[in-house]
Write a protein that binds this ligand. Structure first.
Ligand SMILES: Cc1cc2nc3c(=O)[nH]c(=O)nc-3n(C[C@H](O)[C@H](O)[C@H](O)COP(=O)(O)O)c2cc1C
Length: 322
């Protein structure tokens, strides 16, 4: 979420344990710990991809200890990497959360279908919210969540804390990764308002009409809403973000509508048309307008150029995760 990296790894000779790090839980922003578990799920999927790149596969036991809800997974490492995971490996280093305006050219159906398949392969369902009426409903839910969150005690201070990390810190969302809202849009922005923006917005070409982009809004859902479902939703979200990156799309996770109970219900009812209680995460994916992706600001001092560096650092606080 605010790049809080709420996970802990315990690494043994053949097994890797994943724990949720409650000290990095953002209680006001994420009261039901959905984002925390989604983040851990995404980290778990990144691990699987990284192992595949070393010719290894991950045998994952989720929630191995029924007495400990923070012990999220035991990963047994075996020979033989999955080709589907391996294909995503370069995207670990390439992917960035891109909060700039995207292109007005829509995402082709074949790309959306590829992302839907990725989510399915990771135990979740990806719903592209393409129909204009549904899109409007989802945008409305996100905008309402943003308003409600502003009134939530503690939300603003958590945002301040995680957008003003100490120099040299390797977590949080710095102004350098936040773009000011684009000018001349008709649709409300689905982006979280982080405050100070230090990233140049993609230039709007004169005479090309309004500034709305055609980024596709996507919702990842699972059948249930238990800890394991949220973990799965995080894994699938990671798979979708990495696959989108490989295709050349820019992506932005958008979790606000899922952080406020009433907005989440609004999404379930008005967008997904489902009475079940799915664990969801949402994101946008679109064609980038600016070829160069956002700089990985936090890597400035260590400048890891190889994906191997990033892999090694992933369990600690050295790099940002999704
Ligand atoms: C569960 C989850 C929820 C997130 N929600 C949002 C969001 O609502 N808005 C946003 O701009 N970024 C969101 N992010 C993106 C993170 O802020 C971002 O991943 C983090 O700052 C690290 O940057 P990177 O993705 O470029 O590595 C979310 C990420 C995760 C894992």
């Amino acid at each position: 979420m605010h790049n809080s990296q709420p996970w802990r790894w315990r690494i043994g000779p053949r097994e890797i344990q994943l724990y949720a790090d409650s000290q990095r839980h953002l209680a006001a922003t994420d009261p039901d710990r959905r984002d925390l578990l989604l983040s851990c799920g995404a980290a778990l999927h990144h691990l699987r991809v990284a192992l595949a790149a070393r010719g290894l596969s991950a045998d994952i036991r989720r929630l191995p200890d029924p007495e400990d809800g923070t012990h999220l997974a035991t990963v047994t490492v075996r020979p033989g990497g999955e080709p589907a995971d391996l294909a995503l490996f370069p995207a670990i280093a390439e992917r960035r959360t891109d909060r700039r305006r995207m292109s007005r050219r829509p995402v082709p159906d074949e790309h959306l279908n590829a992302l839907v398949e990725r989510a399915a392969g990771n135990g979740a369902t990806l719903v592209p919210v393409s129909r204009p009426a549904m899109r409007r409903q989802l945008l409305a839910a996100i905008v309402t969540a943003e308003r409600l969150q502003r009134e939530e005690a503690g939300y603003a201070s958590e945002l301040r804390m995680w957008t003003n990390r100490l120099p040299g810190g390797r977590d949080g969302v710095p102004a350098a990764n936040v773009a000011a809202p684009p000018i001349g849009t008709l649709d409300p922005s689905p982006l979280r308002r982080f405050g100070r923006a230090g990233l140049a917005q993609a230039v709007q070409v004169a005479g090309h009409g309004r500034g709305d982009d055609a980024a596709e809004l996507l919702v990842v859902t699972t059948a249930g809403d238990e800890i394991v479902d949220r973990l799965r939703a995080g894994e699938a979200t990671s798979a979708v973000l990495l696959a989108a990156t490989r295709i050349g799309l820019a992506t932005t996770p958008l979790s606000q509508a899922m952080e406020i109970g009433s907005s989440r219900l609004q999404v379930q009812r008005d967008v997904l048309g489902s009475r079940s209680s799915p664990s969801s995460s949402s994101a946008s994916a679109g064609r980038p307008l600016v070829r160069r992706r956002c700089p990985r600001h936090l890597a400035a001092s260590s400048a890891p150029s190889s994906s191997g560096d990033r892999l090694r650092a992933a369990p600690g606080r050295h790099h940002t995760g999704p």
